[in-house]
Each structure stands twice: as structure tokens, then as C-alpha cells.
Design a protein around this ligand. Structure first.
Ligand code: UDP
Length: 370
């Protein structure tokens, strides 16, 4: 018998919202539910004192794909924000990602040739294929940058030694021999004016959304409502942890309002020293106000970001893609593939770190392939 909805989308984050929008556009009936009491997943922003707070940490949209950029621009106008975080190591300030500004400050040099000569000397210790993050980092940028800007930050973020972490994590970070502080290499980048929540709201226009509903607690009731389920929650939880628990890193934010116009002069400052307990401080107004406009608002809001151990029941952030967890995920993936009428997608259901744009791309591709 035909059920009430064609699709039940579990989770109103980017995967769920783009899926719901595309299905609705094609005349399908869609119900979206989320166990949180807000939409937009971790992209969720809250406005206070005219500042959009990135409640679950800094989100900067970036892509090189014109069709993905055009797609999100249907739902929001994007500003010209360019992510250029700064690292604070014992009070010394270095530009990120690792580029000529960083090298020049580190070694008081001027040319790419001088920087390359120093790094070549420092990386000489690593002669074979890097086996872990420490070796990978030293072979990319040498020992000085590793000690000051990578070691402490990475060990805080992941709660383990760089020698015990996989090399691929650090490959996300660009290294360039140009004076270019743009964190991303992508052609398009920005923050939706008015915040991400508004953007997701527009994607979900005309679609029924029920908040504060935990699918796994009301499974029978909700499964009976739709022919096909799009599940974007944690895959192990869906199967009642039958194969074991997949590990995550957690995050904890301490947010404060300060009576000053401009606290740190940039949206993101990374604290790369091991001793400082937080990994970074975000000053939210810098995502959406530039130049003189910054001082027009007499107050500012900052969030200290702490990386934490994670236990089931806590908010999962970063999948820990080591061998144990990856092979456990493969077991769940087999179960998921055998699950009739349910499609698993997104960071939690695929147990994979995803930026926002690749999620949009993935859902667009699914519909294009149809
Ligand atoms: N990283 C670092 N120092 C920094 C910033 C990043 O060593 O100041 C390393 C760290 O290992 C981190 C990885 O680069 O896990 C990826 O950083 P990215 O900024 O891409 O992580 P995200 O912002 O997504 O948390």
C-alpha cells in the first residue's frame, strides 16, 4: 500500500536538506525530521547582537565546482569572506596556511628559494614514505613549522601523539611558496549573508519539518509513514551498535560576549601550543562584517573551541578514521547496503569527514544519475 510520504528524511543538515529540496522539486512528498530542535545540522547559526554565531564551529563554504556554487547561490547571496586564519604560538603570530608569509616570519627570509632551501634541509631526516602524521608533516614543511605550528595543535585536536596519527590528516592543509593567506585553493568561497540557517530554511520551503523527533526512538511509527528513508544520523546507532561503537572526537565551545569592537582582528586564531587547553578562538563578527563595519557594533562574541574525548550520547564531530574504526565502518556499510528502502548519507552515516560542498555535490549527482 502506498504510504503517506514518498520520502522520510532523517536529519535536517545539508545532506537531508538538499535531498529534501530536490525530491520536493520533482513533485515527491517529503517529511523531514530532526532530533535537535533546529534545522541546518552543524551549519546552524544563531543571531545575537546582530552577529551570526556559528554554534557548532566555523563553517566556510568553498568549492571549485561552478555548478555547486550556482546551486547554493539559489538559496542565499554569499559574501566575499576569505578564510585566512592566524596561528598564535606563545604569542608569536603566523599566517596560515603555510605560505611565504609564514616562512618569512619564521626565518626572516624573503624569497621562495630561501624557504625551499631551509625546508629541504629540515626534511632530510625523512627518507622513506612517511608512516605517520609527524613524518608526513616534517617531510612537507620541515621541523620548525612542525614543532611550532603543527605538533601541539594536532595532538590537542586528536587527543593522541602525532606519531600515532595517520599521515593523511595533514594533507588537507595547503603548503605554498607564494604570499597567499587564503586557506583554501578553491575558486569560490564565502558565507551566506544572513547566515546558514536562513539558507537551509529556504531549501526546505514548502516541506513539512518536525523538530525534536528522535527517529530511532519512534522507528515503527515513522517507518510506517514513508516508502523510502534517507538516514543521515550515526550509522552504528541505527544498527543499535551491534558491531561495536565507532569513535569520534567531540568539541566543546565556550562562548562569551565582550564589550569591545574587535577582539582579535580575524575570524579564527589557532592556538598551536600544547599547553593552551583550547585549539582555537573564533570571533564570529569577522565572518560577515568587514573594514569599518567591524567597529560599528560596539560588542563582539567569541567562542573558545576545545577538542574533547567523545562518548556515546555526546555530539559526534570528527570521525576517527583509523584502521579499527574504518574496518568497523565497513561492517556497518554491509548491513546498510542490505537494508531495504533506506539510503545512508552524510558525515555520520558514511563515517567520513565531509566539507559542506562535497555533500551538496553528492546529492546533486544522485539526482542527476536518476
Ligand atoms: N593543523 C595544524 N595546525 C593548524 C591547523 C591545522 O597542525 O594550525 C593540522 C591538524 O592536524 C588538523 C589538520 O591540519 O587536524 C586539518 O586542519 P583543518 O583546519 O583542515 O581542520 P578543520 O578546520 O576541518 O577542523
Amino acid at each position: 500500500m502506498k504510504k503517506q510520504f514518498d520520502y522520510l528524511v532523517v536529519g535536517a543538515g545539508p545532506f537531508g536538506a538538499v535531498f529534501a529540496h530536490e525530491a520536493h522539486k520533482r513533485g515527491k512528498s517529503v517529511l523531514v525530521i530532526d532530533r535537535r530542535n533546529h534545522i541546518a545540522g552543524n551549519m546552524y547559526c544563531e543571531s545575537k547582537d546582530d552577529i551570526n554565531i556559528h554554534v557548532y564551529g566555523a563553517h566556510i563554504f568553498h568549492t571549485s565546482l561552478k555548478h555547486v556554487w550556482d546551486y547554493v547561490n539559489q538559496f542565499a547571496e554569499f559574501n566575499h569572506y576569505v578564510n585566512s586564519p592566524v596561528a598564535n604560538y606563545k604569542g608569536e603570530m603566523y599566517n596560515l596556511p603555510f605560505n611565504m608569509n609564514t616562512f618569512s616570519k619564521m626565518w626572516n627570509i624573503r624569497t621562495p628559494k630561501e624557504a625551499q632551501d631551509i625546508i629541504t634541509k629540515q626534511r632530510a631526516a625523512i627518507t622513506s614514505e612517511p608512516k605517520n602524521l609527524e613524518e608526513q608533516a616534517i617531510s612537507l614543511v620541515g621541523t620548525d613549522i612542525y614543532e611550532k605550528l603543527i605538533k601541539g595543535y594536532t595532538e590537542k585536536q586528536w587527543g593522541r601523539k602525532c606519531t600515532e596519527l595517520p599521515a593523511f590528516i595533514i594533507k588537507r592543509l595547503p603548503v605554498r611558496y607564494t604570499y597567499d593567506n587564503n586557506y583554501f585553493n578553491d575558486r569560490f568561497q564565502g558565507i551566506p549573508m544572513g547566515g546558514y540557517t536562513k539558507m537551509i530554511e529556504r531549501m526546505l520551503e514548502g516541506i513539512e519539518v518536525r523538530l525534536g523527533v528522535d527517529f530511532l526512538k519512534h522507528r515503527d511509527e515513522y517507518e510506517a509513514l514513508a516508502d523510502t528513508i534517507i538516514y543521515t544520523g550515526p550509522i552504528d546507532e541505527y544498527f543499535s551498535y551491534s558491531e561495536g561503537v565507532l569513535e569520534y572526537r567531540g568539541l566543546h565551545f565556550e562562548t562569551e560576549r565582550l564589550e569591545e569592537e574587535n577582539h582579535q582582528g580575524v575570524a579564527v586564531v589557532n592556538y598551536t601550543e600544547g599547553k593552551i587547553p583550547y585549539t582555537r578562538i573564533i570571533e564570529h563578527k569577522h565572518f560577515e562584517t568587514f573594514g569599518e563595519a567591524v567597529d560599528k557594533n560596539p560588542c563582539t562574541i567569541i567562542s573558545k573551541e576545545y577538542s574533547t574525548e567523545w562518548k556515546p550520547g555526546m555530539e559526534p564531530y570528527y570521525p576517527v578514521n583509523d584502521e579499527r574504526n574504518n574496518s568497523l565502518y565497513q561492517q556497518y556499510k554491509q548491513l546498510a547496503d542490505a537494508e531495504p528502502n533506506t539510503l545512508f548519507g552524510g558525515r555520520l552515516a558514511e563515517y567520513q569527514y565531509y566539507d559542506m560542498a562535497p555533500i551538496v555535490e553528492k546529492v546533486m549527482d544522485m539526482f542527476d544519475a536518476e
